[in-house]
Design a protein around this ligand. Sequence first.
Ligand code: FES
Length: 311
Amino acid sequence: MEEKRSPYLKHITVCTHEREAGKSCCAHRDGEKILEKLKAYVQEHGLKGKARVNRSGCMDLCEQGANVMVAPDHRWYSGVTVESAEQIIEEHLKPLVPGTGGSGAAAPGTIKAFLFDLGNVLVRFDHMAAARKITQGTGAAPEKLFEMFFESPLVVEHDTGRISTRQFYEEVSRQIGMRLPYERFLEVWNDIFVVDEAMNRLVERLLQEFPCYLISNTNRPHFEYLRTLCPVLERLNGWILSYEVGHLKPNPVIYHRALEIARLKPSEIFYVDDRDDLIQAAHSMGFQTHRFGGFEGLAADLAARGLPNGQ
Ligand code: FES
């Protein structure tokens, strides 16, 4: 047996089973049409590779058909019709479409606070640049170090605060044969960020009317460095940082910490992040969300919701 990570963010199964004449079944309650409707949405919105829709056999709830299950959201819909399948699309598939931002978790006008991701939202970064500098003259492949910077077990340990930065440095040195002194390593390793000025202005504008918080998978040296580079961080109402919480997004623990700090319900918070899987996780908890693809898209989404957009 071989185990692989599933590429799908959503896996929807629709019962289309047909039972003998006279018995209730999903086949006689438009199971096929519902299946086709969901598949058509995936196809038409370019979601192949993100979402998969399959037919299934009997789910043993034949009297309540048509039945649809959505993983990994632990949702089971019964009595689904072709019309009500729209709700499944709205809740589980639409948030995966780039630019839609997963709106629909709550009505516009209920937003009481904003929650921003840091990397590739408030600041852009280039890990490959650091990997090249760090491996310069060592004979080590920058690609190997680059891989370590993206959720390798070592980075997870560091970003959840389970190992110190010194231990992280020593392990990186050992694994790739790096010979940089610790202080120089920190300098190079931090020198990968560029502030997104438009986004920082937007946050400043939002702060005039709303509390704004930061939620980030990060580590202490990066964050301390970014506080000096990105002054708006000091003006935020709170920071939810993986290395302090001990968990990375999309672990629900870190989102719950944000709710505790903000003292709000998920539906009252507008969350902005650039990663689909993180948006998905927060959306299924009830946050209002925007999948960040650039300032323009976010500004348009905010304007459509009647919120200040910095323009
Ligand atoms: S036929 Fe669909 S649940 Fe039995």
